[in-house]
Design a protein around this ligand. Structure first.
Ligand SMILES: Nc1ncnc2c1ncn2[C@@H]1O[C@H](COP(=O)(O)OP(=O)(O)OP(=O)(O)O)[C@@H](O)[C@H]1O
Ligand SMILES: [Mg+2]
Length: 245
């Protein structure tokens, strides 16, 4: 456990940044020719009669080009350096609303969702939409790893000595192998079947936490589940014992 945590701490932020820049350049370069492939395959489909032996092949080209387009869109989303809309946000409230729209999802049909929210949690400077996206990514991953019956536990706490809010997202799912744990935040790393996941969920999440000046780490044991821990800094003016509620 200790070593896997260390591995996450050693994860090179610079490497992720470089990957983000490269991803964005590649996506921009691919976008135009891809648009051309889609357009010309559509034109061909208009010209070829449906019974023609070429028809099926052109349909395949068209479908595969659509799939590429989706990947490119994911890449552009991943590398977008949008400006955050920071304001004091209540993490408990955001988690509560995310659970509200996630709990009816088929993934959580037989999953018990437990919450242990610190009622005195101070607000953190954050972008509500981005934090929502971060929690959705973690919760979906948790649900996917449980794959049936299990428990998802969300916990928040305030650490006065470090002046940070702590969020734990734990699942009783499959866990992550020692071999993979150091790679899960890398863009495109996925253990899903081909064509299922983009492997961008956690790298986007890592970027969001970083933009908030926080940290994200994972502890996991194969067959026992995983806990993702996020620390977000509290604004100086909120650091008194009196949370601004
Ligand atoms: N809670 C979890 N339990 C077990 N493994 C996990 C968990 N969260 C992430 N992983 C592992 O990390 C990999 C990368 O996760 P990430 O969210 O980046 O991509 P993905 O879920 O595979 O694809 P996408 O998010 O595009 O659907 C997953 O494929 C899985 O192997
Ligand atoms: Mg995911």
């Amino acid at each position: 456990m200790g070593s896997s945590k260390r591995q996450q701490e050693l994860l090179s932020v610079e490497r992720l940044k470089a990957a983000g820049r490269l991803a964005s350049e590649i996506a921009h370069e691919l976008n135009t020719p891809l648009g051309g492939i889609l357009m010309y395959s559509h034109l061909l489909l208009d010209d070829i009669p449906e019974g023609d032996p070429c028809w099926e092949n052109v349909v395949k080209i068209n479908k595969l080009a659509h799939r590429c387009k989706m990947i490119v869109r994911g890449l552009l989303n991943f590398s977008k350096q949008e400006k955050l809309e920071m304001r004091p946000v209540d993490v408990n409230e955001i988690l509560h609303s995310v659970i509200g729209f996630m709990e009816d999802h088929i993934l959580f049909k037989r999953v018990s969702i437990q919450t242990h929210f610190d009622p005195a949690l101070p607000r953190v400077p954050g972008d509500e939409n981005k934090l929502e996206q971060l929690f959705v990514n973690l919760i979906v991953n948790a649900g996917e790893s449980i794959e049936g019956i299990g428990t998802l536990t969300l916990r928040t706490a305030f650490s006065l000595d470090t002046n940070r809010v702590r969020i734990d997202c734990s699942d009783t799912g499959s866990g992550i192998t020692e071999e993979n744990v150091g790679r899960i935040f890398e863009p495109f790393f996925t253990t899903k079947k081909r064509g299922k996941g983009t492997g961008l969920g956690l790298s986007i999440s890592h970027g969001i936490v970083e933009q908030h000046g926080g940290t994200i780490t994972v502890e996991s044991r194969r067959g026992h589940g995983s806990t993702f821990t996020i620390f977000l800094p509290v604004a100086k003016e909120d650091s008194t014992l009196m949370p601004d509620k």
